[in-house]
Design a protein around this ligand. Structure first.
Ligand SMILES: Nc1nc2c(ncn2[C@@H]2O[C@H](COP(=O)(O)OP(=O)(O)OP(=O)(O)O)[C@@H](O)[C@H]2O)c(=O)[nH]1
Ligand SMILES: [Mg+2]
Length: 249
């Protein structure tokens, strides 16, 4: 199987005394399914729609929407950029910075005619003062379009109380979400493994509520690791509306 199709969890099996522990979570799609999703993205054009600074300006979108949330600096804007790197995107600039708190507004992008991506400001260090006033209304806005939130955690940093708090809120407001561990090219493998096991613990808990992935996604926006698997997940769950269960690989 090609490198970009392999579930990155495979790399962490050998670090465990019981390598079978991770086996049930090492799922992947078929090459055919991944190619279909990758082709979908390569045929889409990425367009910047709007940058919203206040809740009353939030657009009422009708297409399925994927938004990216997490701590400031977790890699949200970079992931949006990596997922759309094969789209045609003339002149579209996605702001990325090593300075935490760089994204200040809710940024809407259309990904072809049938999907939208939304880059949100992060919480924690240097979070914009408007965060509460803009992100909460955005998330709780009662809208008819389908929504998926990708909750990003830097794979090198422990899952924090603030991340757990956000998960609780998402459960209360019934926003479906997927856990994504970012920056797998840079993180210390022991830290990444600890976070993988925490995510699996959270996923296994009934209280995970609206979480919709059955295994944590591991991605690197620098090497592209895990990006095609996440694209495939997004494509089938949000665009095709097909429940495609990835199989153990
Ligand atoms: N090595 C590595 N660095 C990454 C990766 N993803 C993001 N970064 C770096 O992490 C920093 C923050 O990335 P952003 O994408 O701006 O993070 P963000 O979550 O949008 O941050 P805010 O907008 O400040 O909330 C930048 O210096 C990125 O280059 C990754 O996969 N690997
Ligand atoms: Mg950002």
């Amino acid at each position: 199987m090609r490198y970009q199709f392999v579930n990155p969890l495979v790399r962490f099996q050998s670090l465990l005394t019981d390598p079978n522990l991770l086996q049930p979570f090492i799922k992947s799609y078929s090459e055919f399914q991944i190619n279909e999703a990758v082709t979908f993205f390569s045929r889409c054009s990425l367009t910047f729609v709007t940058k919203v600074k206040s809740a009353n300006k939030l657009p009422r979108s009708t297409v399925p929407e994927v938004c990216f949330f997490g701590h400031s600096n977790a890699g949200k804007s970079s992931l949006l950029k990596a997922l759309t790197s094969n789209c045609s995107s003339e002149g579209v600039q996605i702001g990325v910075s090593k300075r935490p708190g760089f994204t200040k507004y809710v940024n809407y992008y259309s990904v072809g005619p049938s999907l939208a991506f939304v880059d949100l400001p992060g919480y924690g260090q240097n979070a914009p003062s408007s965060l509460k006033h803009i992100v909460e209304p955005y998330l709780s806005l009662c809208r008819s379009n389908k929504k998926l939130l990708c909750l990003l955690v830097d794979s090198d940093l422990a899952i924090e109380a603030s991340d757990l708090e956000v998960m609780k809120i998402l459960n209360v407001i019934s926003v479906p979400y997927a856990l994504v561990l970012t920056k797998t090219d840079k993180g210390d493998n022991t830290n990444i493994l600890r976070n993988i096991l925490s995510c699996i613990g959270i996923i296994n808990k009934k209280s995970a509520g609206d979480m919709i992935n059955s295994y944590p996604f591991l991605v690197s926006s620098v090497t592209g690791e895990g990006i095609d698997l996440l694209k495939t997940f997004i494509y089938f769950s949000m665009v095709k509306n097909d429940i495609v269960i990835p199989s153990e690989s």
